[in-house]
Design a protein around this ligand. Structure first.
Ligand code: NAP
Length: 324
């Protein structure tokens, strides 16, 4: 038996229970992993509340690092003792050990420790697909990034800076504004105090930006549309403030033939080749020093409920890691 954080119903952080669970032997294509560090992600809160429903009971968690302890048949890319990390469905990362599909696991390169891999894999591959695949940011572009001091935010702001972009980042407090500026954001806007549409127009001499990365959702999406230049792209990649209201499709032409998409990382890493390319790109920017992964909070795994409260209460910055 091992310990895990499991839910038996959807709801608030109190539904997260520290329980003993059985771990079997891996079947074909599966591995048994002993986790050393587990990543906390905003999507975990959607899965907990039922905004994205799960069967019951479920062990939550989509991202972790650990050591391969046992291998099923039909696996050629991993060996017992390998250090691996992953960020994908099925849920189950909030556990001391688990059985999981081997095809979603990648080896952690030398130079990157387990906690960094667990802190960066899901958020950093999200950054990779957003700024290198969905909309390829080029040097000299000015882009808008919401929640710039968050987990995805701090990785994205540094990576955008490394690409030679000018970063406009929104944040919810003075402390977060300081952190964002220290991590590559050139123009910080506190969207609780300032009108970010006016600010973006001022900064870009009225032109707007070619891309907005919006992981806040409901509270920001209507105004994010107004920040785009003609033919611009609005990547609505998350709902930290709630699911956005429906968009009037005529607004897409009114704002200059703009595009809106609601992408998911898992569709960008659906094949082994796509996963490896995305993960390698991330590991390279980390190993080069261009992106430093700030593990700004750690909690014992058994205190995951508190970690959820802090994440939803906007108390965290950068990445959060749960230690089994
Ligand atoms: N589509 C994908 O594949 C994908 C993958 C990974 C993450 N995501 C999304 O990316 C976003 C960021 O994820 P993360 O794990 O790095 O979280 P995070 O950014 O560390 O935390 C969320 C942040 O959103 C901001 N926020 C604004 N309004 C909020 C509200 N009403 N309640 C709570 N927070 C609010 C807060 O920053 P301020 O206080 O500065 O406003 C908060 O710190 C999430 O929406 C997540 O779902 C999407």
């Amino acid at each position: 038996m091992v310990h895990a954080i499991r839910i038996h119903e959807h709801g608030g952080p109190d539904v997260l229970k520290w329980e003993e669970v059985e771990v079997n032997n891996p079947g074909p294509g599966e591995i048994r992993v002993r986790h050393t560090a587990i990543g906390l992600n905003y999507i975990d809160t959607y899965l907990r509340t039922g905004a994205r429903p799960l069967p019951m009971p479920s062990i939550l968690g989509l991202e972790a690092a650990g050591v391969v302890e046992e291998i099923g048949s039909d696996i050629t890319h991993l060996s017992i003792g390998d250090r691996i990390s992953y960020a994908d469905m099925p849920v189950g990362a909030y556990s001391e050990e688990r059985i999981m599909p081997a095809h979603i696991a990648v080896k952690i390169p030398d130079g990157i420790d387990d906690a960094v891999a667990a802190a960066a894999m899901l958020k950093g591959m999200t950054t990779q697909f957003l700024i290198r695949q969905l909309f390829r940011v080029e040097p000299g572009m000015t882009v808008l990034l919401h929640a710039a001091a968050g987990g995805v935010g701090l990785i994205t702001s540094q990576w955008l800076n490394h690409l030679g972009a000018t970063v406009i980042g929104t944040v919810g407090s003075k402390e977060k504004a300081k952190l964002a500026s220290e991590n590559g954001v050139h123009h910080v806007i506190n969207y609780n105090e300032e009108n970010f549409v006016e600010n973006v127009r001022d900064i870009t001499d009225g032109k707007g930006v070619p891309v907005v990365y919006d992981g806040v959702g409901k509270d920001t999406l209507p105004d994010s549309m107004k920040c785009l230049s003609p033919l611009g792209m609005l990547a609505c990649f998350g709902n930290a403030s709630g699911a956005p209201d429906p968009v009037d499709i005529m607004d897409l032409s009114n704002y200059g033939s703009i595009f809106i998409t609601r992408p998911m990382l898992f569709h960008y890493t659906a094949t082994r080749q796509a996963l490896e390319e995305c993960a390698n790109d991330l590991f390279e920017v980390i190993n080069s020093g261009a992106v430093k992964v700030g593990i700004n909070q750690t909690y014992p795994l058994k205190d995951t409920a508190q970690a959820h409260r802090d994440l939803e209460g906007r108390k965290t910055t950068g990445s959060t890691v749960l230690i089994p």
